[in-house]
Design a protein around this ligand. Structure first.
Ligand code: IPM
Ligand code: MN
Length: 356
């Protein structure tokens, strides 16, 4: 089993270190870790945010554990050199079209949500975001209008095959959950969304045990704060999924606890090849101070073990260790506590070793 560790920028390295400590504590046989540069640090060292060696290392692995990318010192670089291009390039080059972003409230942490506790406590949803299409990867550019003014443009497109495969991901996920898919689009305005909706309806016929409904994205944004517990699986495109998954994570109140998986079609000997990353970004404002919360990175490791390495038991063990750790009030500043990054890692490792 090979894991590529790509810590990246800002708090990426410090939270990834703690996840690797947790992985070490599991003492899985036959595991090899590789690590590579990605993001702003890669640009500084190699002149590109996604060096060819890093991409090759990721390709050769069974899974990638990713920290975060983003560095304010790169803000003025041309787009192709910016750290964000690294994660976009990895997603595209590795065919990681399915992004799973679970958001669920944690018992005892409801007060961190900006929503009333009775709304926040019921949240248990999964955003299934298409990750390699949409306006993110369409043609784009700058042109001059007839009046001689600058104009930026980005093409938004979805093909039926792209929609079909992400729809299958969402319906299968719903079968293992509460059996509901809400497909989010803007079919009252966009042609892309019309094809999206018609294709999703087609695929739904193969899943009679799953209930499908449709929502326009503006309404979905509203329902997410009015009745977040009413959602099970939210199936949507790249841009809407980017926005709604941030909103969903804000609803549970603790972005430092949310993990994500980006999966493709390639099967490894143990599961599905994937890249795993915390939802939070590089947080340059608190980087290097040892006060970031490594829980999202540790939970990303759990998702990695589950989806890519076929280690469900170990994944659950990590999740239980995290839940116990949080319950014993070992919490970082983002959760109203004062535990340092390494103290949270220590507590999770210690707890992990006491449960089987
Ligand atoms: C995310 C991030 C990325 C995205 C950025 C860093 C390109 O916001 O993973 O949600 O927009 O997909
Ligand atoms: Mn985002």
């Amino acid at each position: 089993m090979k894991i590529a560790i790509l810590p990246g920028d800002g708090i990426g390295p410090e939270v990834t270190d703690q996840a690797v400590r947790v992985l070490d504590a599991l003492a899985l046989p036959g595991l090899t870790l590789f690590s590579g540069d990605v993001g702003g640090i890669a640009y500084q060292r190699h002149g590109t945010p996604l060096p060819a060696e890093t991409l090759e290392m990721a390709r050769a692995a069974d899974a990638v554990l990713f920290g975060a990318v983003g560095d304010p010192s790169c803000d003025d670089l041309p787009r192709e050199h910016r750290p964000e291009q690294a994660i976009l390039g990895l997603r595209k080059q590795l065919g990681l079209f399915a992004n799973l972003r679970p958001a669920a409230g944690w018992a005892g942490l409801e007060h961190l949500s900006p929503l009333r506790p009775e709304l926040a406590s019921g949240i248990d949803l999964l955003v299934v975001r298409e990750l390699t299409g949409d306006v993110y990867f369409g043609a784009k550019g700058e042109r001059t209008t007839a009046a001689g003014e600058r104009e930026g443009w980005d093409e938004m497109a979805y093909s039926a095959p792209e929609i079909r495969r992400i729809a299958h991901t969402a319906f299968r996920a719903a079968q293992g959950r509460r059996g509901r898919v809400t497909s989010v689009d803007k079919a009252n305005v966009l042609e892309t969304s019309r094809i999206w909706r018609e294709t999703v309806i087609e695929i739904a016929a193969e899943y009679p045990d799953v209930t499908l409904d449709h929502m326009y994205v503006d309404n979905a944004a509203m329902q997410l704060v009015r009745a977040p517990a009413s959602f099970d699986v939210i199936l949507t495109g790249n841009l809407f999924g980017d926005i709604l998954s941030d909103q969903a994570s804000a609803c549970v109140g603790s972005i430092g606890l949310l993990a994500s998986a980006s999966l493709g079609e390639r099967q490894t000997a143990y599961g599905t090849f994937g890249l795993y990353e915390p939802i939070h970004g590089s947080a340059p404002n608190i980087a290097g101070q040892g006060k970031s919360n490594p829980v999202a990175a540790i939970l990303s490791l759990a998702m990695l073990l589950r989806h890519s390495l076929g280690r469900e038991a170990e994944a659950e063990r990590i999740e239980r260790a995290v839940a116990k750790t949080l319950a014993t009030q070992v919490r970082g500043a983002d959760l109203g506590g004062s535990a340092a990054t390494s103290e949270i890692g220590d507590a999770v490792v210690r707890t992990l070793l006491t449960i089987s």
